[in-house]
Design a protein around this ligand. Sequence first.
Ligand code: ADP
Ligand code: ASP
Ligand code: MG
Length: 441
Amino acid sequence: MKNKMQVLKFGGTSVGSPQRMKDVCQLVTADGKQKLVVLSAMSGTTNALVEISDYYYKNNPEGAIHMIAQLEQKYMAHVEELYSTDHYKDITRTFLKGVFEGLRSMAKTHFTSIEEKIVLAQGELMSTNMVTNYLLETGVKTVLLSALEMVKTDKNSEPDASYIKEKSRQAIEDNPGYQIYITQGFICRNAYDEIDNLLRGGSDYTACLLGAALEADEIQIWTDIDGMHNNDPRVVEGTVPVRQLNFDEAAELAYFGAKILHPTCIQPAKFAGVPVRLLNTMDPSAPGTIINNDFIPGKIKAVAARDGNVCIQITSSRMLLAYGFLRKVFEIFEQNKTSIDMICTSEVGVSVTIDNTTRLEEIISELKKYGTVQVDNDMTIICVVGDLRQNNLGFETLACEALKNIPVRMISYGGSSHNISFLIHKEDKQATLQALSKVLF
Ligand code: ADP
Ligand code: ASP
Ligand code: MG
């Protein structure tokens, strides 16, 4: 494809009100360059749709209908505020009414995960329709491309990169000459052609998948904060933005809890060599964070935390000298389609963490064949990211020193050259993050 395009993604807060939508439109049209713009649902909408699904699951259609009415009222007010002409008010209202009718009609169907995913998709379908209509009203050559026709997952729920490449390029080729191409983040089709999604926060993933597919110059993730901070700003005071991250460092931080990025969104960008820039919609001139192939030696970049882990320890006197023991243990997780995050071994046992507990009981009962099993719930992984190569002396010691008063359940170091992870109890998270910030930054 000749046309190198920028891919810009705007998150929920960035499109969270009619005024914010107008600001985004101003931002993407200012330089007159062609762009693919990926939008999230307006903030709060996906959460509301999750609640509506919950009511339907629990066989409480009245609860669902009540929430739908509230949401509809809000969106109808947005229409009044966003558009100045009757024509655009009318066509947007008609579209939104169709969406809310669809949500209400679910009361008559047997509600399964298929319906749930249809419900969850409505937020992005609404926000992209609204922004497209606003751009058209203001005279910008804009076209709305359906993510449902460009983004697909395979039988393992992994994005189908070759499909995405083919379909996204085709979609743009079929619609030449537009200034702004809009599409939905988060939503996709799965291997069975059903409407599905890339999990919560998935719009970042959409942007990176499309940016990689189109070999974009740059993928920009616009959000409500000035780039990746060196610690979780929701937990620790005085965090500051990190101006540059290596792809691997960013991937590690995203996977281990830095909410600013979807856990697996960096991988496609890294693979395609497309830099990712994190920017602040509320302060567009702030430099943000650039994520690329550069590696700055001798620096600890940031700390992140991920809750909701379960630690499983298997001890066996027979592990000593028993080749094949670890294979048997890992096979149990594989057969139960549960991936392991952290792992530590000793002569007599192995501890691992998982965050998907769907098959925990089956896993435990299988593991008991090979030794004594102990389970700790509500654990948090703390991940310290930066130059942690073995020759770079002292940083592991510093990180461990910071945790001298925290009960640490596991430590993992050496799996990569840019990460050291600690497993702690969730109630110690704040103290741990604060202590690390104090010592490392
Ligand atoms: P969006 O809706 O734009 O996708 P998110 O809420 O998903 O935005 O991500 C941005 C939020 O991530 C920030 O407001 C901040 O509270 C949170 N966050 C957590 N860890 C970090 C971090 N290390 N750096 C920056 N933001 C972080
Ligand atoms: N709207 C979806 C969510 O709230 C996807 C996203 O915002 O990235 O999770
Ligand atoms: Mg997000």
